[in-house]
Design a protein around this ligand. Sequence first.
Ligand code: FEO
Length: 404
Amino acid sequence: MSFAITESITWVGKKDWEIRKFHGEEYSTHRGSTYNSYLVRDQKIALIDTVWAPFADEFIRRLANEIDLAKIDFVITNHAEPDHSGALPALMKMIPETPIYCTANAVKSLRGHYHQDWNFQVAKTGDRLSLGGKELVFIEAPMLHWPDSMFCYLTEEQILFSNDAFGHHLASEHMFNDQVDRCELYQECIKYYANILTPFSRQVTKKIKEFVGLNLPVKMICPSHGIIWREDPLQIVNQYAAWADDYQENQITIIYDTMWNSTRIMAETLAAGIRSSDLAVTVKLYNAARSDANDILTEVFRSKAILVGSPTINRGILSSVAAILEEIKGLGFKGKKAAAFGSYGWSGEGIKIISSRLHEAGFALVNEGIRTLWNPDHKSLDGCYEFGSSVADQCPFATKQNGA
Ligand code: FEO
């Protein structure tokens, strides 16, 4: 299926309704994804990005139905990651001399992936490629999200092709943002930002300022995953600016794993303590062994503080908690508070280990954490309740209005 975006732009990508794990097993895609490729027809013809290799044959077949492949004058590779470049080897067998416009870093990456010496043309910010009546203007976007990433902007049509930036993993029967459920769309956008772009937030802020400073009118933003931003397209740019600014909602997230329910009971009592405060705070609980890691990381992104709990086992912590702490550290969250909790029977190092990892991950520890010996009794649970309330008190939450 292809789809006319405008008179001169045709979407020739692939909707992948089945995919549930992306980046190997690293990213959950509960709602599928798309690999967006765009054919731009003017006096010259450009193809912007391709699709993932498993869909290469289908892509080439559909593209050939749309246009004589020999008439493609330029291939634009905004980003070399295989979900967008995977069909290049098959395509370039058909049109081996066609120039590929991409950044210098993308040349390195494409050569590394495919070991082909294609007709690379290095694009830099401000370079323009004439299609006849319209031009493609290139804008390098390093670390949004790879060093090779690039946007391109189509003059006259006023369309930004942003590749991964402003994208999201969402397969939909629809093509445009005004046609889909806004909550689903934003849920996927924030998950995408939290899990992929958080480490690069400083670069996101800089790039958005630079892009806004160009004063380019934008009628649409066409990302490489998900739907196209047609209605108020700059809404997602403004949202990215907010997310990049050490974003927080009025939320505390409790992440734990448990062996015989002692740590789970502590988690639930901590949550009750947080809710007992007169502060407007949402509390969410996730068992790390039973929950999707990307969903948890999205909730960490939303939070002002997190509480992380594990029983002590073999002088360490449970592997599910160790794993999520490693992922939290990798994302480099900033400006968030944290504390550790957990039960123990013998040595009881768990909360020290968790506290240390939270500190390494850049979280401000609100205290030394709380632990309980064996199964928590009433006194221990009273301590957890007060602990939860005190953590909420140490975060900048507003007071509840009208007792809500
Ligand atoms: Fe969608 Fe970074 O690839």
